[in-house]
Design a protein around this ligand. Structure first.
Ligand code: FAD
Length: 449
């Protein structure tokens, strides 16, 4: 029998890789994980975690403003970007230590360096060869900036988390969740923020009402939203830049950030030579068991470019490990994955949009409410909330819930459980509300639109 150094070799210690390695080790497999940059991957270092910390930081401006309506006199407030970034970095260092300890305690061998595949069972890191029965590629993705004159003047989300100082003004290219989240953060910090998107609305793929509502809220909060346009070139002008748009407009700005897409990290791994197939965007092709076109090599998470979210990468890792070492398979259900956008106000969404539901079912009922969150009454903050529910009339099943408003991201998790459990509108209606909350609106939706 062939003797391998390891049962499983994981490339990439991000969300998916760490979960895969720890779980496999828990089943008694001999596991190694290679990481070239930072433990925790995108989510911990340049994604979900630092992003949410910046969102919290940026919300204090509104909180201070709101305080007066509740009888508080708040002294002059100032904001120090450097101390926020230093504190954020410290928290991430703490998480690095937590992940390192967890892996070590699980018995996973951590190998630092860039990993490449040599053959179907061999990985090489810094010239050292490691053989493994199975190899998992969990190398994630990387921001991509389109080729154009002045591309060298751009930054991406990666750099935004480490800026020495905030710019006075910024142009953000993109209309997806990373673009709108950063626009919200920077605008709240007082940066003169322009969002430049080539589509006719922000957040493609989200429910149309949510897209309209969020677009208007962002404009109302002071973001300069430019739709149906794009940057064609960036010129440097003394200490600043000029972003030249395709419609002839020119915007003077301190910084240009691109959030127009991410590319799977598949280049340089030696995949093509081994016969591991990629799609046109560089994503690794896999079957339902996360197996690539080379049977001993698996791939999961963002490098497969399907649903690029941390909880999905975690679930895929667990499904793969239970397939390889467990006694029963735990396949990932890709339907009804809840998701949030941490823009201001938050978006929380699960299930079908109205348009998707109308394509799938002939009889759809829509329930909608717009309201002023209670906190905004005394605060004087003119920010509304929206809740929308999509119901199939013939079965009474709730197939989609979409929210914009304070705590939408927190509320939607419970709604995802209800939808996955097959809750009907009647179940929502017979559920007693929690009063006074925004979430109670979900059980008091009476009027069909
Ligand atoms: P990653 O976490 O990217 O990990 C891949 C790891 O592999 C990296 O550490 C990398 O250094 C390493 N690696 C790559 N190549 C090699 C090699 N050859 N050798 C050794 N190591 C290698 N998701 C959410 O669910 N919620 C959010 O709020 C959210 N916010 C986000 C905000 C931003 C700005 C971004 C960019 C992403 C966000 N995401 C969010 C997405 C989430 O971060 C990813 O879906 C998740 O990190 C994917 O995990 P992964 O394991 O596939 O890859």
């Amino acid at each position: 029998m062939v003797q391998y150094n390891y049962d499983l070799f994981v490339i990439g210690a991000g969300s998916g890789g760490i979960r895969t390695a720890r779980m496999a080790s828990g089943y008694g497999a001999r596991v190694a994980i290679a990481e070239e940059r930072y433990l925790g991957g995108t989510c911990v270092n340049v994604g979900c975690v630092p992003k949410k910390l910046l969102v919290y930081a940026s919300q204090f401006k509104d909180h201070f403003q709101a305080a007066a309506g509740f009888g508080w006199t708040v002294g002059e407030s100032t904001f120090n970007w450097s101390s926020l970034i230093a504190n954020k970095n410290q928290e991430i260092e703490r998480l690095h230590a937590v992940y390192g300890n967890q892996l070590q305690k699980s018995g996973v061998n951590i190998i630092t360096g860039n990993a490449k595949l040599l053959d179907a069972h061999t990985v090489v890191v810094d010239g050292v060869h490691y053989s493994a029965k199975h190899i998992v590629i969990a190398t994630g993705g990387w921001p991509s900036v389109p080729d154009m004159p002045g591309k060298q003047h751009t930054v991406t989300s990666n750099e935004m988390f480490f800026l020495d100082q905030l710019p006075k003004s910024i142009v953000i290219a993109g209309g997806g969740y990373i673009a709108v989240e950063f626009a919200g953060i920077l605008n709240s910090f007082g940066v003169d923020t322009t969002l430049c998107h080539r589509g006719h609305k922000l957040l493609r793929g989200f429910d149309e009402d949510i897209r309209d509502f969020l677009g208007n809220e962002m404009i109302r909060k002071g973001v300069n939203v430019l739709l149906n346009t794009d940057i064609e070139a960036i010129e440097s002008a003394a200490d600043t830049f000029v972003a030249r748009l395709i419609d002839g407009r020119k915007i003077n700005t301190d910084m240009v950030m691109y959030a127009t897409g991410r590319t799977p990290n598949s280049a340089g791994l030696g995949l093509e030579a081994l016969g591991v197939e990629l799609d046109g965007a560089g994503a690794i092709k896999i079957n339902a068991d996360y197996q690539t076109t080379v049977p001993s090599i698996y791939a999961l998470g963002d490098v497969t470019n399907r649903v690029n979210l941390t909880p999905v990468a975690l679930a895929e890792g667990m499904a793969l490990v239970s397939n390889l070492y467990g006694d029963q398979s735990k396949p990932v259900d890709y339907d009804n994955i809840p998701t949030a956008v941490f823009c201001q106000p938050n978006i929380g969404t699960v299930g079908l949009t109205e348009a998707q539901a109308r394509e799938k079912y002939p009889d759809i009922d829509i329930y909608k409410t717009r309201f002023t969150p209670m906190k905004n009454t005394l605060s004087g903050i003119d920010e509304k909330a929206l809740i929308k529910m999509v119901v199939v009339r013939s079965t009474d099943r709730v197939v989609g819930i979409h929210m914009v408003g304070p705590d939408a991201a927190e509320i939607i998790q419970g709604m995802a459980v209800a939808i996955r459990a097959g809750a009907t509108k009647a179940v929502f209606d017979s559920t007693i509300g929690v009063h006074p909350t925004a979430a109670e609106e979900l059980v008091t939706l009476r009027e069909k639109c």
